[in-house]
Design a protein. Structure first.
Length: 280
């Protein structure tokens, strides 16, 4: 598929169903998605998937219909976040040909999730594919999933500026990108590459969420910055994008996540409500 950034008629490109004009954005065959938000970082281990999960739950709590596409094909983690890793997404035949559609797994709150780990027999089964195969599978998971009517589809992307990031930014009708970082200068430098990439591709960046900004002392309530003395505002200024939120290291969330109860914990917490107000 050619991409609109290299098309002479890029200003006239439209969004069409998958399989249409080669210069068109791909939209799902089985559903209507109003807003697509990509969650990205230049580096792994910054809590990008956790931020995606928190955003999904908070949007659902606010009354929106939400879906999550786990686009990290080689390192998927969204099923674990929602505690649905033991479930599998059905694949139903379409018509009389070899086409299938995926039925996403719904969380207890009604968030629709599709991930490669919901399509393999075992979640530990590795995906040993080259880039073109990975992007092909990602396109199919996105376009051939029965999303229904969604207000927001969140795409949890792998770190870096590789094939998947290019595919999502060039081929999907992204409303906004949200960047996740942590306080270290080394991380900020790598994350800056993603910010520059999105600008070059003409994708709107909503802002940055700084994760693991600090830890709160259980005894006195004092904030301690573990990784850097620089403020989140300073890091956002370096990245050149707005600061959406700074999130602490939350041991209670981590404990519930490991038990598969992150969604239940977040459903009864008001700690992250302000994050959603900055992105909708």
């Amino acid at each position: 598929m050619s991409n609109c950034s290299t098309c002479p008629s890029k200003n006239n490109c439209s969004t069409k169903k998958a399989g249409g004009d080669s210069c068109s954005k791909i939209i799902p065959k089985y559903g209507n998605v109003k807003n697509i938000i990509g969650v990205i970082s230049g580096k792994g281990g910054v809590g990008k998937s956790t931020v995606t999960g928190i955003m999904a739950v908070e949007l659902r709590k606010a009354g929106y219909k939400v879906g999550v596409l786990d686009a990290d094909i080689t390192g998927p983690s969204m099923p674990r976040f929602f505690g649905i890793n033991e479930k599998r997404a059905p694949m139903l035949p379409v018509g009389n040909n070899d086409e299938v559609k995926f039925i996403p797994v719904e969380t207890p709150l009604g968030i629709k999730v599709i991930s490669i780990n919901l399509l393999t027999e075992q979640e530990e089964q590795p995906v040993i594919w080259r880039g073109p195969v990975i992007t092909g599978v990602l396109n199919q998971m996105y376009s051939d999933t029965e999303w229904g009517d969604l207000d927001y589809l969140l795409i949890d992307m792998p770190p870096g500026t590789g094939d998947v990031a290019l595919t999502v930014m060039q081929s999907f009708p992204i409303s906004d990108m949200i960047v996740v970082s942590t306080p270290q200068d080394m991380v900020s430098m790598i994350v800056k590459k993603v910010v520059i990439m999105t600008e070059k591709l003409g994708v709107n960046v909503k802002g940055v969420v700084e994760n693991m900004s600090y830890i709160i002392c259980e005894s006195c309530g004092e904030k301690t910055r573990v990784f850097s003395k620089k403020s989140a505002e300073e890091q956002a200024l370096y990245l050149g994008i707005p600061l959406l939120a700074e999130m602490p290291i939350n041991l209670d969330l981590i404990e519930n996540l490991e038990k598969g109860k992150a969604e239940e914990y977040l459903n009864h917490s008001q700690q992250y409500e302000k994050l959603i107000k900055t992105i909708i």
